[in-house]
Design a protein around this ligand. Sequence first.
Ligand SMILES: NC(=O)c1ccc[n+]([C@@H]2O[C@H](COP(=O)([O-])OP(=O)(O)OC[C@H]3O[C@@H](n4cnc5c(N)ncnc54)[C@H](O)[C@@H]3O)[C@@H](O)[C@H]2O)c1
Length: 256
Amino acid sequence: MGKLDNKIALITGGGGGLGHEIALSMAKEGAKIVLSDINEQSLKEVTSDLQKNYEADYVVADVSNQADAKKMVDYVVEKFGQIDILVNNAGGSLNTPKYLEDIKEEHWDRVLDVNLKGTFLASQAAVKQMREKGSGKIINMSSIGGRTASLVTGAPYAAAKGGIISLTRRLANEVGAYGINVNAIAPGLIISGDRMHRVFYEESSEKEREKTLNDIPLKELGEKSDVANTAVFLASEESKYITGAVIDVNGGRFMG
Ligand SMILES: NC(=O)c1ccc[n+]([C@@H]2O[C@H](COP(=O)([O-])OP(=O)(O)OC[C@H]3O[C@@H](n4cnc5c(N)ncnc54)[C@H](O)[C@@H]3O)[C@@H](O)[C@H]2O)c1
């Protein structure tokens, strides 16, 4: 018996590193997976990897667009009859600059639109479906950058990820009565091979890497599975009395 047997999970940003790992971990626990992303090529690759052992499908959708957010949720419900789990994972700093003087209005809009507005739009569409069956799990991807004044990413990212925490609490309050749990995960620096990991760890000097590790009480970077295991927990019945929470997966670098 898996922890998520016969549950239907939609994972946004499913073509990326953490999305792939969360999908695999949920599928191993028995969930059927639909991945969504704007990048069809990576969606195809992740989906065919999952399909080797599990039931999986994908839908191309831009979470920052209301019609697309609705379309991806409708696709899941048409295909599987319901949606049990939504992981609002699409996001990141999206190749935007870090320092104020370099940040243009379009950078602010891109980061806020995908991370924060996208989380809102997908949640709104999913809650409509989850309400009808009286249960559901929404898991939002925040970041250590939204928990503390990290200088690792720029102000738009910090604002968006901080906004996701407020949104998580507000939604949790509103939809708890319908049997829907809404929680957030705030990862620290994760070994994911992505840009953040490369720029802020692999490509930094030995001294900087040493400092990074020194600031982490557990003295190591996180692994994708650390985040994925937390997502499985929040999607399962083991967390049935947890809502509106933010789980820090950061080795103790920030303790909320
Ligand atoms: N990797 C880390 O160390 C780390 C740390 C803290 C938080 N996070 C958060 O975890 C999430 C996943 O990060 P990742 O490391 O897997 O990054 P990633 O870049 O590998 O994956 C992000 C995915 O989101 C997709 N995406 C971008 N814009 C989109 C849109 N408009 N609609 C739908 N999909 C879109 C991208 O195509 C990409 O596949 C992000 O929200 C990120 O901010 C990551």
